[in-house]
Design a protein around this ligand. Structure first.
Ligand code: MG
Length: 349
C-alpha cells in the first residue's frame, strides 16, 4: 500500500491500494465515532461498487444507506444537494456521523459540499473511482456545485478525513474518461515533474498507473499544503485551465471533457508563451507530442479571439487581470499576471 499524508489544517491520509474498496470500514472505523454512514454515488458507479463499500462498512459496525443520483455534470446543482439533505435527515444522520463519496469528480464535489454544509459540517471520506478524481479533485478539499451561470460557483473548502484510492476501479472506466484524467496527469508533469513527463513519453500510462496516481497526488499534496485556501501557489494547478475553461464554456460543457479542454489549453498557452520567449524553445512541440500520444487534443476549431473573450468571465479573474501559469521549461512553471487590456497584444488577436 502507498500512503500520502496531507498536513492541511485538518490532516488526513490518502491510501492507494488495489481492492481497498473492500476494506473501507476497516480504515474508516478508527477515525470516527459515527454510528451511521451515507454512501453518496451516481447511477453509473453505485451498481458496480456501492455494495462492496456498504458491506465493508457494515462489517465494521456502521448502519449504512446509499443515496444515488443521476450520473453527469447536469446533476451537479443545488436541487440534487437538497435531495441529499433530505436523505440525510430521513436516515437520522447526526453531526458525528459520516458521508462517503463514492465516484468521480461530480460525486466528490457534491458529497463534499453536502458534508461541509449539512448541520454546519460533518466528516466525509473520498473514494474516487475515476482517474481525474483520483489524481486531482479528491485531494485538496475543494467542494462545489454549479449554478446555471457557471461551474463550481457555490462551494466550500472542506477536507475529507480520509481518501481511499483503488486503482482497480479504473478497469471499468470508459476510455474517454481515462483520457480525461490523463489531461490532468500531463499537467502535473508539466508544472512540477520532468521525470513524470519523461516516463509518460517513454512508457504507456496504463502500465504505470499506480506510480502515476502516487506522483500526482504527492505533487498536489505539496502544493495544497502550502496554500490550502488558494490564495497563491495553488494557482499553478491551473496550468492550461484558463483557456481550458473558456473552451468548455464555448462547447457548452458537452462534447469536450475537462481533461481534453485542459490539454488543448495547455498546448495553446505554451505555444504562445514560447513565441514570446517566455518558455524554453521546443517545449510546446514536446508537450503536443505527448498529448497526441494519448489521444488528447492540442488545438481547437474556435478562433483565438472567441476563446480570449470567453476567459474574461473566468472565476480566477480579478476584473482587470488574470493570473496565467506558464512553463519556464517542461517540469517548471511560474505565475504571471496579464492585464485584460493587454490581451490583444499578448494573444495576437
Ligand atoms: Mg482541473
Amino acid at each position: 500500500m502507498k500512503t500520502v499524508a496531507v498536513k492541511t489544517g485538518r490532516p488526513y491520509e490518502i491510501l492507494i491500494e488495489h481492492n481497498i474498496l473492500d476494506r473501507t470500514g476497516e480504515f474508516v472505523r478508527p477515525l470516527t465515532k459515527a454510528i451511521r454512514a451515507v454512501i453518496v454515488s451516481d447511477t453509473n458507479v453505485a451498481p458496480i461498487y456501492a455494495d462492496r463499500v456498504k458491506n465493508s462498512l457494515e462489517q465494521n459496525g456502521f448502519e449504512t444507506s446509499v443515496f444515488v443520483f443521476e450520473a453527469g455534470e447536469s446533476s451537479k446543482r443545488l436541487s440534487t444537494i437538497e435531495k441529499m439533505y433530505t436523505h440525510f435527515f430521513e436516515h437520522n444522520l447526526t453531526r458525528t456521523d459520516i458521508i462517503i463519496a463514492l465516484g468521480g469528480g461530480v460525486t466528490g464535489d457534491m458529497a463534499g459540499f453536502a458534508a461541509a454544509t449539512y448541520l454546519r459540517g460533518i466528516d466525509f471520506v473520498q473514494i474516487p473511482t475515476s482517474l481525474l478524481a483520483q489524481v486531482d479533485s479528491s485531494v485538496g478539499g475543494k467542494t462545489a456545485v454549479d449554478l446555471p451561470t457557471g461551474k463550481n460557483l457555490v462551494g466550500a473548502f472542506w477536507q475529507p478525513i480520509l481518501v481511499l484510492i483503488d486503482p482497480e476501479t479504473l478497469h471499468t472506466l470508459p476510455e474517454a474518461f481515462f483520457r480525461d484524467g490523463l489531461g490532468e496527469v500531463v499537467k502535473y508533469g508539466c508544472i512540477r515533474s520532468l521525470p513524470l513527463f519523461e516516463r509518460l513519453e517513454k512508457e504507456n500510462a496504463k502500465d504505470l498507473i499506480d506510480d502515476i496516481i502516487y506522483e500526482c497526488v504527492s505533487i498536489k499534496r505539496d502544493v495544497v499544503e502550502h496554500d490550502e485556501r488558494d490564495t497563491g501557489e495553488r494557482a499553478i494547478l491551473n496550468f492550461g485551465h484558463t483557456l481550458g475553461h473558456a473552451l468548455e464554456k464555448l462547447h457548452h460543457y458537452t462534447g469536450l471533457t475537462h481533461g481534453e479542454a485542459v490539454s488543448a489549453g495547455a498546448a495553446m498557452i505554451t505555444r504562445i508563451s514560447e513565441n514570446h520567449g517566455m518558455t524554453a524553445k521546443g517545449s510546446a512541440e514536446r508537450l503536443e507530442n505527448l498529448l497526441k500520444k494519448y489521444g488528447l487534443p492540442t488545438d481547437t476549431d474556435f478562433a483565438l479571439s472567441e476563446i480570449v473573450t470567453a476567459t474574461r468571465g473566468d472565476k480566477k479573474s480579478t476584473g482587470k487581470s488574470i493570473n496565467f501559469i506558464f512553463l519556464s521549461e517542461i517540469g517548471k512553471c511560474y505565475i504571471k499576471k496579464i492585464n485584460t487590456q493587454d490581451f490583444g497584444k499578448f494573444f495576437g488577436v
